[in-house]
Design a protein. Structure first.
Length: 695
């Protein structure tokens, strides 16, 4: 008798049903997962797979070269040789690898090993910067990027590079990487113009990444033309999409590679020869006067030379500056910090960014105004006793308080007309015609609104548009500006000081030069430029200088007419005879005026035998800035002064204009005028040499 229960058919079916359900559930789960992975998330996983097997390589472009107007190289690319290791290509035999390490170590003077590496060492590793041995570098590279080249030694000599290249077959995994390094042959001579390169700033990374640049490798301009013309010079990186294996080794190109597009070459209007002469003249005069006075008067100055007819900048010196050739491969942290902390601000371009009271060179704006508005006639004589007293008023019915205004010549110049007012730079003359004086010059004279309008017509208070970063626009004040910014009413004395380029008036050296050049050029305010032409790699000229001007003040009505403090909506031009007379007056400055004074034997021949037939305007501008205040120099009635001089030649058909500014230089006639004269004379000497060599 069988004691075990008999399984029925229904029991077996139940068990089979459970098995079938279980099998269907398992297969259903995998089908759902497969559907999710391949269909729903298929695109994402495909992208991840593509990312794992593909890599985008940006081949670097070649930056364009910068030349001066004569083809002299100011910035170029030179090859730099780096000894690199590719761990994935080292011999499989450890003994062979160690033998290579020993031979390479001796060649490049790098230890084979400096001990074990820790996590912090690996994290902080930077090729050519971190002080590690060859084995440590190979360990880090083989762990992270075995088939990428990692530098062992950067910037080795060409002889060492040749030895490595000759031993490529013997030294498997060791190679030479050639990179382009920016070189500045003229160094500090043109640093304020050219600038330098540096790593892509964090704030601009998105912009440059979108344009195909690599923040960890590519550099951009940090100053000068390198910055302002960066997009022209930089070119476009190439693009390769390649397939790599699991170790990162490149297998093949997946698409047709896009070759890099080299940057364009830029030719400047600068003449390096004249630049060198201008810089030498500035430093020579500053050092002489520091020695002559027995104290440090100044270590800061500017010289700019331009062609008034075309707006081309021929020389631009900002002193002191910096040595951009020390920043060719990298920006040394200690050097940059030293420059940043220097009170003379060598990184600051004083020629276009420094705003100073222009002093008497500004009188030429007032000069055009008083004649064009008929405040006085050219022959009308005004008496200069050396000191005058006016009632300082802040509003119409203000009884006022007396305030003295003095001429630089406290003895006075006697009776002075327009020509001698310019030639002698007679302050009292310009006070009276600028702000009015009793019955001698009835009313308010030219007035602050007139002074402002004629100054703006000569380019003051606006950017010139020069192709350099950091240009400032100066300040041409008026009653509205003072109320908004200082919360005060305009005072009588404010007009008097503005008429002679003092008080609230501020200008850059470039603006001062541009204003006088406009008069020298018959009234045309030229567009200032540093760029002569832009040339592609194949020699095609993409852009060439075509001189242009913003306006001609004798033709274009750019001067607003005011009645009191209110604009009438009318505009006017400057009469050509006014421009002509202003030129004649500045010629008189040189032949018989302030520039004809001989202070010491050094400059006794300064403007004698004036073969260039120059004209000009001296300027001695009192100031009281933070530096002077800290040094206790801001003593009322005895403030320190800057030295200005602007000259051009020939006076009746100018082809060169030069401004010299010396911070705390005391007097323009004795310090700045000699600098300008030397630059003008050098210009004509160079012109004669070029004509002889290239008839």
């Amino acid at each position: 008798m069988n004691d075990f229960p008999q399984r029925t058919k229904s029991d077996n079916q139940w068990r089979y049903s459970i098995l079938y359900i279980l099998i269907v559930a398992i297969f259903g789960y995998f089908l759902l997962r497969l559907f999710d992975i391949q269909i729903l998330q298929g695109a994402a996983f495909q992208a991840q797979a593509d990312d794992n097997r593909t890599r985008i390589i940006r081949d670097p472009s070649i930056r364009g070269t910068i030349y001066d107007r004569n083809g002299y190289i100011l910035a170029q690319n030179v090859p730099s040789y780096n000894v690199v290791v590719i761990p994935g290509y080292l011999p499989p035999d450890e003994g062979d690898t160690q033998a290579i390490f020993r031979e390479v170590s001796e060649l490049i003077n790098m230890p084979v090993s400096l001990g074990d590496t820790d996590e912090e060492t690996v994290r902080a590793f930077t090729p050519c910067v971190s002080e590690l041995g060859i084995k440590e570098v190979v360990y880090i590279a083989s762990t992270n990027w075995p088939f990428q080249a990692t530098a062992l030694k950067c910037n080795v000599s060409q002889d060492i590079a040749m030895v490595v290249m000759e031993n490529r077959e013997k030294w498997q995994g060791i190679d030479i990487e050639i990179t382009a390094v920016r070189q500045y042959p003229t160094g500090e001579l043109t640093a304020e113009i050219i600038g330098f390169l540096g790593p892509i700033p964090a704030i601009l990374q998105d912009y440059y990444v979108d344009r195909g640049f690599l923040p960890e490798r590519d550099k951009v301009g940090y100053a000068g033309v390198e910055q302002s013309m960066n997009d022209i010079l930089a070119g476009t990186n190439g693009l390769r999409r390649v397939e790599v294996n699991v170790a990162g080794e490149i297998i093949r190109n997946l698409d047709e590679p896009i070759d890099p597009i080299p940057g364009n070459d830029v030719y400047l209007t600068i003449d390096t020869r004249l630049q060198a002469i201008a810089r030498e003249a500035l430093i020579d005069e500053i050092e002489f006067w520091n020695y002559y006075s027995g104290k440090v008067l100044s270590n800061n100055g500017v010289v700019i030379a331009m062609n008034p007819k075309t707006g081309e900048i021929l020389a631009l010196v900002s002193y002191p500056n910096y040595q951009n050739n020390r920043m060719e491969r990298a920006i040394p942290g200690y050097y940059y910090e030293q420059l940043s902390n220097d009170p003379q601000r060598p990184l600051f371009n004083h020629a276009i960014s420094a705003e100073h009271p222009p002093g008497s060179v500004f009188k030429m704006a007032s000069a055009l105004g008083v004649l064009n508005e008929g405040v006085v006639t050219p022959e009308y004589e005004i008496f200069d006793p050396g000191v005058i007293t006016v009632m300082q008023k802040f509003y119409e019915n203000d009884p006022g308080v007396p305030r003295q205004f003095v001429c630089w010549n406290r003895a006075g110049h006697g009776y002075v007309n327009f020509m001698w007012g310019v030639a002698y730079s007679c302050n009292v003359y310009w006070y009276k015609v600028g702000g009015g004086y009793q019955d001698e010059v009835p009313g308010d004279g030219l007035g602050i609104w007139g002074i402002s309008e004629y100054a703006k017509a000569l380019g003051y208070g606006t950017l010139t548009g020069i192709e350099l970063p950091g240009e400032q626009d100066g300040l041409i004040p008026n009653p509205t500006w003072k109320r908004i910014n200082l919360g005060e009413n305009w005072a009588t004395g404010d007009t008097y000081t503005a008429a002679v380029g003092q008080g609230f008036v501020l200008a850059t050296p470039l603006q001062v030069l541009n204003s006088i050049s406009t008069i020298a050029n018959g009234g045309k305010l030229m567009d200032i430029t540093l760029i002569s032409k832009i040339v592609a790699e194949d020699g095609t000229i993409l852009q060439e200088l075509t001189p242009s001007y913003r306006w001609d003040i004798t033709v274009d009505p750019v001067i607003n007419v005011y009645e009191g403090n209110n604009p009438t909506g009318e505009t006017k031009t400057v009469e050509p005879w006014v421009i002509e007379l202003a030129n004649q007056a500045m010629r008189l400055v040189v032949t018989d005026g302030t520039a004809h004074r001989y202070e010491i034997e050094r400059h006794v021949e300064l403007f004698r035998n004036d073969s260039s037939q120059s004209a000009g305007k001296t300027g001695t501008a009192e100031y009281c800035d933070d530096i002077a205040n800290e040094q206790g120099k801001c003593i009322f009635g005895a403030w320190p002064s800057h030295a200005w001089y602007v000259g051009y030649a020939p006076w009746d058909d100018a082809e060169i204009a030069v401004v010299a500014f010396v911070y705390n230089g005391s007097e323009g006639a004795t310090l700045s005028a000699p600098i300008v004269r030397r630059v003008i004379d050098a210009y004509f000497e160079l012109k004669a040499i070029d004509a002889e060599n290239n008839p």
